[in-house]
Design a protein around this ligand. Structure first.
Ligand code: GLU
Length: 279
């Protein structure tokens, strides 16, 4: 079976050398007989801009990459993600959370040794205990809310140990509980990275998910979502992150290191490809 990989950038800034490394790595894993897809992850419409989207296509083409068209652009598919949220809701695995950031911080401050996960302190579960009537009343009153996964209920529903395989780190036992009751949708973004990425990887038949090791832990949660939604389980390869001469990861805010600026300075793409090749 041929390998299908994808590079899935968000148009929230210009691509940098770290993105080039990730895109080239993904295309290389697909190899000459596989398929390499590009997917635009623009669910956060408040941060995405058309000029960044245009630059993604230009920069990747400059690196000599070729991808299949049409490209899946996530903002065209909010109804798909809503349908997934509806399925999880029908399984009684989601609940509305009305807490503001401040409410959550205050609640966490009251707890001794509040548990932490990969994204910081875990949600203390305040709204999990709301009654059905309270939920209905607050929603009817127009209060804004996020949808959270009831992690304990989700794990109970799956009822067995889940595993996944990473080509760099080996066999993993999934530990989605490290995320607690994670947010799966917000009012301003009626989906989440976790929902959209898991859904699209399955829909597009991605057989090898390649991405930076900063997203390693997210795969524990994605494995749980795959099981709940009856999705195929891809292999993973979380690659090391490229760092600059100062040992720091490249960041979108670091304007001097963008592929666009390198291109404009007249740097040949072969030199950039060399710098961006992950061993
Ligand atoms: N869209 C994510 C990012 O730009 C990458 C998601 C993924 O590869 O799973 O960081």
């Amino acid at each position: 079976m041929s390998i299908i990989t994808r590079f899935a950038p968000s148009p929230t800034g210009y691509l940098h050398l770290g993105h080039a490394a990730s895109a080239l790595f993904s295309a290389k894993q697909a190899g000459p007989n596989g398929r390499f897809l590009l997917r635009i992850e623009d669910i956060d419409q408040t941060r995405c801009r058309p000029e960044y989207l245009e630059a993604i296509y230009e920069d990747l083409a400059w690196l000599g990459l070729e991808w299949e068209t049409p490209v899946r652009v996530q903002s065209d598919h909010f109804t798909d993600y809503q349908a997934i949220l509806d399925r999880l809701s029908d399984m009684e695995l989601l609940y509305p959370c009305f807490c503001t950031r401040k409410d959550i911080q205050a609640e966490i401050a009251r707890i001794d040794n509040a548990p932490h996960g990969p994204d910081g302190a875990l949600y203390p579960g305040t709204c999990r205990h709301c009654s059905v009537t309270e939920r209905q009343d607050r929603i009817a009153a127009g209060e804004s809310y996020a949808l959270r996964l009831d992690m304990t209920a989700a794990i109970r529903r799956v009822g067995k140990e889940l595993t996944w395989f990473d080509r760099a780190a080996g066999q993993q036992v999934a530990t989605p509980e490290i995320f607690g009751d994670v947010v799966l949708a917000r009012k301003d973004t009626p989906t989440s990275y976790h929902i959209s990425v898991t859904h699209d990887d399955d829909l597009q038949g991605i057989s090898l998910v390649t991405r930076g090791e900063d997203l390693f832990f997210a795969s524990h949660l994605h494995r749980l979502l795959q099981e709940l939604l009856g999705y195929d389980v891809p292999e993973y390869h979380h690659h090391r992150l490229l760092t600059g001469p100062d040992g720091k990861r490249f960041a979108k805010r670091d304007k001097s290191k963008t592929l666009r600026s390198m291109r404009e300075e007249g740097l040949p793409s072969v030199a950039v490809i060399k710098q961006a090749t992950l061993s």
